[in-house]
Design a protein around this ligand. Structure first.
Ligand code: 8ID
Ligand code: ZN
Length: 349
């Protein structure tokens, strides 16, 4: 009962509007599965892909999307450890070689042959999507597919980033871009990890949402007269947060973080604003002994752990659902920075 045709959002050319149309359903290769995508989150990465923001070309025509939650409907001949009918997720890393040094060390995102969902291979803005069985996220049956979709990129990525920061329970973390998709999930993971959260974003709606998600403090970057001082003032001793998680789509906050992070603290870059550069004062960075690093999605183990936090009921981030046919409206809102939390698309509408 797998149809031969399906609805999809197709990008024919970078920078052009999407086309909602019917395209063929593909057959999985020997090491692949076909997943009937029920819901997909919309990540800012998908908008970067449409705009051609990054120094890495997408495939064209392209079906975007990499936060897809659905049901396995077909298996390649070599696939044994996942069954038809199982819940599964398609994430950013669609597949990797599994044999290079990085894959061997579970650094699959660093694999030179990694396939990227909704970027170098077709993704989840369609009703039936292919992914390598080894990389498909296993989703327990008790999980709600609509609510878990944003975990498959935003959740995994911020969970990994928080771990990479080295921050410990009881310490403080600044989440920059806390009112967006990654940021709202970061608030929930940070809360579950027992951290004191300083949310940084703009506007009262995001202030209220981040407070409801567990942030104790809020700094409004659109209103503050001195962001560095205001962030430091949120910490008990005024010395700044132990970690900074940068998920904003803007260069400026990447140039402020090193100034307010605590001595011995770490700054983790996750957001990918087009053409941006990181900047930090050498003098303060040295005498404060700070760390600055990048963090890129997560491996298969991070995926399983991020999903387990959700299954245990620790992660409840707000989302709004809209039909797949209306994806362009989501991009328009995202472009204007108007989305509070995450949008999820329903592939049946
Ligand atoms: O693996 C990775 N590193 C990875 C994975 C997934 C996504 C990286 N990303 C990247 C995306 O490509 C994107 O560049 O993370 C970034 C954030 O994605 P998102 O959370 O999906 O974007 P969003 O929902 O639009 O949220 C961005 C938030 O940043 C705020 C906005 O108000 C919004 O809430 N923001 C901006 I723009 N400028 C800010 C500033 N100066 C700011 N917040 C604080 N200070
Ligand atoms: Zn993403």
């Amino acid at each position: 009962e797998i149809p031969t045709e399906q609805w999809a959002q197709v990008l024919e050319k970078t920078g052009q509007p999407l086309e909602y149309k019917k395209i063929p359903v593909q057959k999985p290769g020997p090491d692949e599965v076909l997943i009937n995508i029920k819901y997909s989150g919309v990540c800012h990465t998908d908008l970067h892909a449409v705009n051609g923001d990054w120094p890495l070309a997408t495939k064209l025509p392209l079906v975007g999307g990499h936060e897809g939650a659905g049901v396995v409907v077909a298996l390649g001949d070599l696939v044994e450890d996942i069954q038809i009918g199982d819940y599964a997720g398609v994430k950013w890393i669609n597949g990797s070689c599994l044999s290079c040094g990085f894959c061997q060390q579970a650094d699959e995102p660093l694999c030179a042959k990694a396939l990227l969902s909704g970027y170098t291979v077709d993704g989840t803005f369609q009703q039936y999507c292919i992914a390598k069985a080894a990389h498909v996220a296993r989703i327990p049956k008790e999980c709600d597919l609509e609510a878990i979709a944003p975990v498959l990129c935003a959740g995994i990525t911020v969970y990994k980033g928080l771990k990479e920061s080295g921050v410990r329970p009881g310490q403080s973390v600044a989440i920059v871009g806390a009112g967006g998709g990654l940021g709202s999930l970061a608030c929930q993971y940070a809360k579950a990890m027992g951290l004191d959260i300083i949310a940084i974003d703009g506007g009262d709606e995001k202030k209220e949402m981040t407070a409801a998600l567990g942030a104790q403090h809020y700094v409004d970057f659109t209103k503050t007269k001195n962001l560095v001082n205001d962030v430091k003032a949120c910490t008990e001793d005024g010395l700044g947060p132990h970690a900074v998680i940068l998920v904003a789509v803007n260069e400026k906050p990447f140039q402020q973080a090193a100034e307010y992070v605590r001595p011995r603290g770490s700054v983790v870059m996750i957001g990918l604003p087009a053409g941006a550069y990181m900047k930090a004062p050498v003098f303060e960075s040295v005498i404060k002994m700070i760390q600055i690093k990048g963090s890129y999605v997560g491996n298969r183990r991070d995926t399983a752990e991020a999903i387990e936090f959700f299954r245990r009921g620790l992660i409840k981030a707000p989302y709004k659902t809209i039909g797949l046919s209306k994806l362009q409206e989501v991009y328009d809102m995202m472009h204007e920075g108007r989305i509070v939390g995450r949008y999820v698309v329903d592939t049946s509408k």
